[in-house]
Design a binder for this molecule. Structure first.
Ligand SMILES: *Cc1c(COP(=O)(O)O)cnc(C)c1O
Length: 435
């Protein structure tokens, strides 16, 4: 199958080209030329199926012809080696826990799949012996990508992060891996890191010497695996309460809209979901778009749900490509926006009412779902991070300590390997060329 640019249907690429390039040459995002609609019989029989079986079926529908089915089987099974349970909270509301992967954030799923797919596409060495993944991070993306790509042959990951800008546990998640993962601490801000990476991608001379690729949510390889858990949520709900599954609303905490774009893709593939709720913090560019019809990016501001601090949601182009104009988008997606105080209040309230502990990102989706859900409907709220990752805010809201899972403790015990470089593009360029 070919992949086309959201800016121009005639700009196309193969799967390998789309994955290695990340962004289309005209600045658009790649989309599959055909969205395969699953047979109705498949959806009707999905109740109780495993996430691995669902992932393999969906991956085959989407990637048949491009990736050997046996390889795809391994990629899917290695990606999805942790549970993604659907927890019932009350009569008509459920939470899908996407945070049981290695870094306990939802990005593990897309990053693990992309790492393994990239390794497969790299076997023919289209770009020499090693392809280099550059990831600027303000915290969570670096850890998920580094862990998704750790030990993957033919791939080296460089994580750029602001000195003093990420938490101790976040740094541990990429700096303690060693081998093919290098932690580059930049004497600057997150914006400096982002700019340095952008300049590296535009540096034609550098790109002739070393193969560079990006692993942010603009990469189409992260879009597909995120459809798996939407179908899996439905499969679990069908098993628990078939009637409830017929009026389904799914709520997503949104930043760059990668998760929401995958949900909309799943719907196009035939998932019976009535609508989505997209919930942002005060960085509410998409919410404003739904209100006014105007998409106006602006600089992001800090919040207690930092993974939602996005001022220019990159996957917006994919959503419009799949749904159409603002009227059509509004039919499928309802938007909400909440501030830090709302988030903390929600964590406290849900904890008091149900004994369930949300992290700030997951709490925001729940609040939007609760506001939007109509009588007779069933809601699933996506929980994207484990509460222990944001323990300070959570502990303030619930009034006692959150236990640190072993998975996270392990990172803290590891030895850190950090290289510090100056801010500014030349520091990065010189460093890369010296490797
Ligand atoms: C990245 C992230 C999000 C936002 O996902 P997008 O795909 O960027 O919209 C939400 N929650 C957590 C915990 C994240 O790390």
């Amino acid at each position: 199958m070919r992949y086309y640019s959201t800016r121009n249907y005639n700009v196309t690429a193969t799967l390998a080209e789309a994955v290695f390039k990340g962004m289309a040459p005209d600045g658009g995002l790649f989309m599959p030329e055909r969205i395969v609609r699953l047979p109705k019989a498949y959806i009707n029989n999905i109740a109780g199926m495993s996430i691995q079986d669902i992932g393999y079926a969906l991956a085959n529908f989407a990637l048949a012809g491009d990736v050997d089915p046996n390889v795809l089987h391994d990629i899917v099974n290695e990606t999805l080696n942790f549970p993604i349970p659907l927890q019932q909270i009350d009569e008509n509301r459920y939470v899908l826990e996407l945070f049981h992967g290695p870094t306990m954030a939802y990005k593990d799923i897309g990053a693990r799949f992309m790492g393994r797919l990239l390794a497969y596409l790299q076997q023919q060495k289209p770009h020499g012996d090693t392809v280099n993944v550059l990831v600027p991070t303000s915290g969570d993306t670096g850890g998920a990508v580094a862990n998704g790509f750790a030990q993957v042959p033919g791939v080296h990951v460089y994580v750029l992060y602001p000195q003093d800008g990420v938490s101790y546990i976040q740094e541990a998640q990429f700096a303690s891996l060693g081998s093919n993962v290098t932690a580059l601490e930049v004497k600057g801000t997150f914006d400096d890191c982002k700019r340095m990476v952008e300049q590296a991608f535009m540096d034609e001379e550098l790109n002739r010497q070393i193969a560079l690729t990006s692993a942010t949510s603009i990469n189409v390889a992260r879009l597909l695996p995120q459809t798996f858990y939407y179908f899996y949520a439905y499969a679990q709900l069908m098993q628990m309460n078939e009637k409830a599954a017929s009026q389904l609303v799914i709520s997503v905490p949104s930043a760059n809209l990668g998760n929401l774009a995958s949900g909309i893709l799943a719907r196009r593939m035939g998932l019976p979901v009535k609508r989505f709720v997209s919930v942002e913090n005060v960085n509410n560019i998409f919410y404003q778009y739904l209100q006014t019809g105007k998409f106006t990016p602006h600089p992001s501001v800090y919040s207690i749900a930092p993974a939602l601090d996005a001022g220019n949601p990159t996957n917006f182009a994919r959503i419009v490509t799949m749904l159409g104009d603002v009227e059509q988008v509004r039919e499928v997606v309802h938007g909400y926006s909440y501030n830090d105080e709302d988030i903390l209040q929600t964590i406290t309230q849900v904890y008091n009412d149900y004994g369930y502990t949300f992290d700030p990102h997951s709490a925001i989706a729940w609040r939007g779902l609760t506001a939007d859900l109509q009588p007779g409907e069933t809601g699933i709220s996506l929980a994207t991070a484990h509460p222990a990752k944001f323990s300070q805010a959570v502990e303030a809201a619930i009034g006692h300590e959150v236990e640190m899972p072993l998975q996270l403790v392990r990172f803290l015990r590891g030895t850190r390997h950090v290289t510090t470089i100056n801010s500014g593009y030349n520091a990065l360029r010189n460093y890369l060329l010296a490797q």
